[in-house]
Each structure stands twice: as C-alpha cells, then as structure tokens.
Design a protein around this ligand. Structure first.
Ligand SMILES: [Zn+2]
Length: 143
C-alpha cells in the first residue's frame, strides 16, 4: 500500500513523511513546508488572475452594453427629430387646408348672395310677366 511507503515532496523530491507517523497526515501530505507555501502562493496568484480576468470580461460586457444603449439613444433622438419634422409639416399642411377652407367658405357666401339676388330678380320678372301679359311684350320692353 502507498501509505506504507515513504513520501517525498511532489515539487522538490525531499522526504516529507514516513509510515510511522500520523496516518491521516501521512496520506494527505504532498509537499514539504517550503514547497507547500510556494504552491499556496501560486494558487493564490492563479485565483487573483482568474478574478481579474472575470472582472475584465464583466467590464467589457458592461462597456458593450453602455455602447449599445448609447447607439439606441442616438437612434431614438433621430426618430424624435423626424417625428418633430413630420409634425411640423402636418401642421403647415393643416394651416394651408384651413385657409383654403376659409376661401371656399367666403366664395360660397358670395355665391349664395348672388343666388339670392338672382332669385329676387327672377321673382320680379315673374311678377312682371303676370302683370303685363305675354313674354313677347316683355321682350319688346327689354330692348
Ligand atoms: Zn519541496
């Protein structure tokens, strides 16, 4: 069995334990004190490097997200600007239609007035026809 053999440091090869000592520490031991400290330092360095790498990735991800948000904000600003312009154009068109409508109303009023006057004239002529006989007579009179 392995546990019954002498054990040597996995790093420097120094004898570190014999089967006569404590069974569990004999099983467990891998390095001499010096190498164990060095290995622990190395593991700590690796963990720190790993953490730094993860932090860098996280920061990069955050930066990308910020950049996407910046682009999105820029697009939204452009969209707002386009909507504002479109709104302005519609407002102007609305103004034109309103003034066109106003002109048509005024024209309509004039035509109504003209129509009213023509009706009055027609009524006068009808009355004249009724009072003075035939159309021939009226034609003669109108000359
Ligand atoms: Zn060693």
């Amino acid at each position: 069995m392995m546990s019954e053999e002498n054990k040597y440091c996995s790093r420097c090869g120094k004898l570190i334990s014999t089967p006569e000592g404590d069974y569990f520490s004999h099983i467990k031991i891998l390095y001499c004190d010096e190498c164990r400290k060095e290995v622990e330092r190395e593991q700590t360095r690796q963990r720190v490097a790993e953490l730094k790498k993860r932090k860098k990735k996280k920061d990069q991800f955050r930066d990308e997200e910020l950049e996407q948000l910046r682009v999105l904000t820029e697009q939204l600003k452009e969209e707002v600007e386009l909507l504002r312009e479109s709104n302005q154009a519609m407002r102007e068109e609305n103004g034109l239609l309103r003034s066109q409508n106003q002109s048509l109303k005024e024209e309509n009023g004039l035509l109504k007035e003209e129509n009213r006057l023509l009706r009055i004239r027609m009524q006068q002529l009808t009355t004249e026809i009724n009072t003075s006989g035939t159309i021939t007579q009226i034609r003669r009179r109108m000359k």
